[in-house]
Design a protein around this ligand. Structure first.
Ligand code: PLP
Length: 399
């Protein structure tokens, strides 16, 4: 009898977005025509940059001609794209070679697949509240999980101490989804030292690096001395360049990263050449445009719009004196729930009273209880109105 992966039975049902949808659908059915302000979504809404559209269109046209047609692409990525990504890091003072960079179909795929490099009897440190895929990918792989709690006392950026369990893998997401918190250079140095001391490997999720505006906040784990011997960075163009529906990302595995005499970069080359036939030519041409000067200018303009959205919300919360995290270096604002309300009760309150939809913090693990996440990806008009409504509601509740 075939034996299936019984770890699937250990997954908790993910009710978060299902429950949100059900509640919103029920509200809409009971209030036909009522406008809903959707601040819960983690998906981008602005279109791709024009120069990316041009590059994609030209690449499609290439596929129509014998002389320019491309078949299978190199499994680890088009050399020009690996080069331009390495140059992008070099420009920020991080030395990488094109061989350290692997082009991917996005961060989610990589966060799951990368576990192929590690024995399933191993353990992972996951800082909560967390992006739910970290926990689920580890459960599916049958790995042990140690939870490290992010909270107000550590500003949702916990650092290792004498009680920190030693896990083989350490997940760090900065800027963080859902809290919007960022890890300082000093905090990351503590994790790099911890990882090098214990032989652990950091999986650094940099999906939101393009939103960092504070000059002292690292964009990459490789800005930290010692990271090349203990870290893998997973990044995505989803939020940076609006590629959520287009799909492109990259993973950095420095050649020096070795354990037990094995080089993880070599292992990943072997993995990719076995498990993929490369990312499509058309998408990689779009990716090249993202890293061009014009592309950088255009994508930063979209990010500026999302950042202005963040300001509408944070200005309202600042005026009210409400505690929140994020919003400055991340497209998420993690707001403390009104006194006496759980995160789901806050969700219901906002939906029923002011038609604003957030994401209850509890959906990101118990450490998220007491908070509600707002994203800054909705339209400026909706975000401005949602900020006004939140301000009015919380003012009324205070008074
Ligand atoms: N990592 C984090 C922290 C995310 O929030 C997301 C998407 O929301 C991803 C990774 C997935 O990115 P991608 O669209 O590249 O799969």
């Amino acid at each position: 009898m075939i034996k299936l992966n019984e770890n699937y039975g250990n997954l908790k049902d993910s009710y978060l977005f299902f429950n949100i949808k059900q509640k919103v659908d029920k509200y809409v059915a009971g209030h036909p025509g009522m406008k809903i302000y959707r601040m819960g979504i983690g998906d981008v809404t602005l279109p791709l940059a024009w120069c990316v559209i041009d590059a994609l269109s030209n690449a499609v046209a290439d596929q129509a001609q014998k002389g320019t047609f491309h078949g299978y692409m190199p499994e680890c990525g088009m050399p020009e794209l690996r080069e331009i990504i390495a140059a992008f890091y070099n420009g920020r003072g991080v030395e990488l070679t094109p061989g350290d960079v692997f082009v991917s179909s996005g961060a989610s795929d990589e966060l799951g697949d990368i576990l192929d490099l590690f024995d399933s009897s191993g353990s992972s440190i996951i800082m909560e509240p967390a992006y739910p895929a970290y926990v689920d990918a580890n459960i599916i792989a049958g790995r042990r999980i140690f939870h490290v709690t992010g909270n107000e006392a550590n500003g949702f950026a916990p650092v290792p101490d004498n009680d920190t369990p030693v896990g083989d893998l350490i997940y760090i997401c900065s800027p963080n989804n859902p809290t919007g918190a960022v890890f300082s250079k000093d905090a990351l140095r503590k994790w790099v030292d911890f990882a090098n001391l214990h032989g652990s490997i950091i999986l650094f999720d940099a999906a939101y690096e393009a939103f960092i505006e504070s000059p002292s906040v690292p964009h990459s784990i490789f800005e930290i001395e010692g990271a090349r011997t203990c870290a893998i960075e997973i990044c995505s163009l989803s939020k940076t360049a609006g590629f959520t529906g287009t799909r492109l990302g990259y993973t950095v595995i420095p050649g020096e990263l070795k354990r037990g005499g094995l080089c993880l970069n070599d292992m990943w080359v072997r993995n990719r050449t076995t498990k993929t036939n490369g990312v499509s030519y058309v998408l990689q041409k779009g990716g090249l445009a993202v890293f061009s000067d014009e592309g950088r200018r255009e994508i930063m303009e979209n990010i500026r719009i999302y950042k202005q959205n963040a300001r509408y919300l944070t200005d309202a919360l600042d005026r009210l004196g409400v505690t929140y995290y994020g919003g400055r270096n991340a497209p998420y604002i993690f707001m403390k729930c009104p006194e006496g309300y759980t995160s789901w009760e806050s969700f219901d309150l906002l939906l029923n009273e002011i038609q604003v939809v957030g994401t209850p913090g509890q959906g990101f693990g118990d450490a998220g209880e007491g908070f509600i996440r707002f994203s800054t990806f909705a339209s400026p008009e909706d975000t401005k109105e949602a900020a006004l409504r939140i301000f009015d509601l919380l003012t009324r509740m205070k008074g």
